[in-house]
Design a protein around this ligand. Structure first.
Ligand SMILES: Nc1ncnc2c1ncn2[C@@H]1O[C@H](COP(=O)(O)OP(=O)(O)OP(=O)(O)O)[C@@H](O)[C@H]1O
Length: 259
């Protein structure tokens, strides 16, 4: 599935490219020699059992952790040494397993603040006006995650699943080009999971993503490619149907009670 390196200046550069990325914690190799390419607009699942290295992979891509070795390129640019905010400025977003919302504010204010945080006027102390373009942008994102009916409710009063949907709206603020979703289906009811699948498959086509997800029913329905990890290494890549049918994957993962 690896599609090879492209010139940094070309418009056809990979959205994300990792070359030989490793991350050590003392003697433990949480990531070993990860080489991975994701095209613009591509949607990929990273699957693997507990401790496989999935979250460490995300932390290296976002810049929360520096890799011990290797190179990370984002749309052709070497971002390996960039701090997280420089990667955010270039259109990289991430959702977390743990909520990062303002529970005491309404839904609209949460999204508005996220839009403002990535806009050029982020330090302005002016109160938002009703015709503020950022308010309209926030309302559009709220609609994209199916929360229009509750846009004036306090976040703390929302159901858990709605809070997770709101986190996706925050990740969509400020024209992202690529999003890392960290277990977005965790803790959701079956109905909320179905809604999540609609939200993810309905995102604008130019926005690519990687999703870490233990729920295979969700993960395999919202991606076109899958990377399987085990003990810090990639051991299999393929389409969702290939991965599902692979006996080695079934032994190591699907039969292991993680789905
Ligand atoms: N900050 C850290 N310090 C030391 N070891 C760490 C640290 N972060 C992760 N590890 C170790 O690195 C390995 C990979 O962990 P990681 O969290 O990336 O796995 P994971 O695939 O995301 O697992 P899970 O599905 O349980 O979230 C594990 O052995 C973990 O204990």
């Amino acid at each position: 599935m690896s599609r090879g390196a492209r010139p940094a200046s070309a418009g056809s550069a990979n959205a994300l490219e990792l070359r030989g990325v490793s991350r050590l914690f003392g003697a433990l190799a949480a990531l070993s020699d990860i080489t991975l390419s994701v095209q613009p607009g591509e949607r990929r699942a990273v699957l693997g059992s507990n401790g496989a290295g999935k979250t460490t992979l995300f932390n290296c891509i976002t810049g929360d952790f520096a890799p011990s070795s290797g190179i990370i390129r984002f749309f052709g640019e070497d971002v390996t040494a960039f701090p997280p905010y420089e990667r955010i400025r270039r259109g990289l977003r991430r959702t977390y397993q743990i909520s990062s919302l303002f529970a005491g504010l309404p839904v609209l204010d949460n999204v508005y603040l996220a839009c403002r945080g990535v806009s050029r006027n982020r330090y302005s102390l002016l109160r938002p006006r009703r015709d503020d373009a950022l308010v309209h942008a926030a309302e559009g994102l709220i609609d994209a995650v199916h929360l229009t009916a509750v846009k004036d409710q306090l976040v703390g009063e929302l159901a858990y699943g709605q809070q997770r949907q709101l986190e996706i709206a925050l990740a969509l603020s400020g024209a992202p080009r690529f999003i890392l979703f960290d277990e977005p289906a965790a803790g959701l009811s079956p109905t909320e999971r179905r809604d999540l699948v609609h939200i993810l498959t309905g995102l604008p086509a130019h926005i690519g993503y990687i999703i870490i997800e233990h729920d295979m029913d969700v993960a395999l329905r919202v991606v076109e490619s899958v990377t399987m990890m085990h003990n810090g290494r990639i051991f299999k890549e393929g389409r969702p149907d290939e991965i599902e049918a692979d006996p080695e994957v079934q032994d190591l993962y699907l039969g292991g009670g993680h789905g």
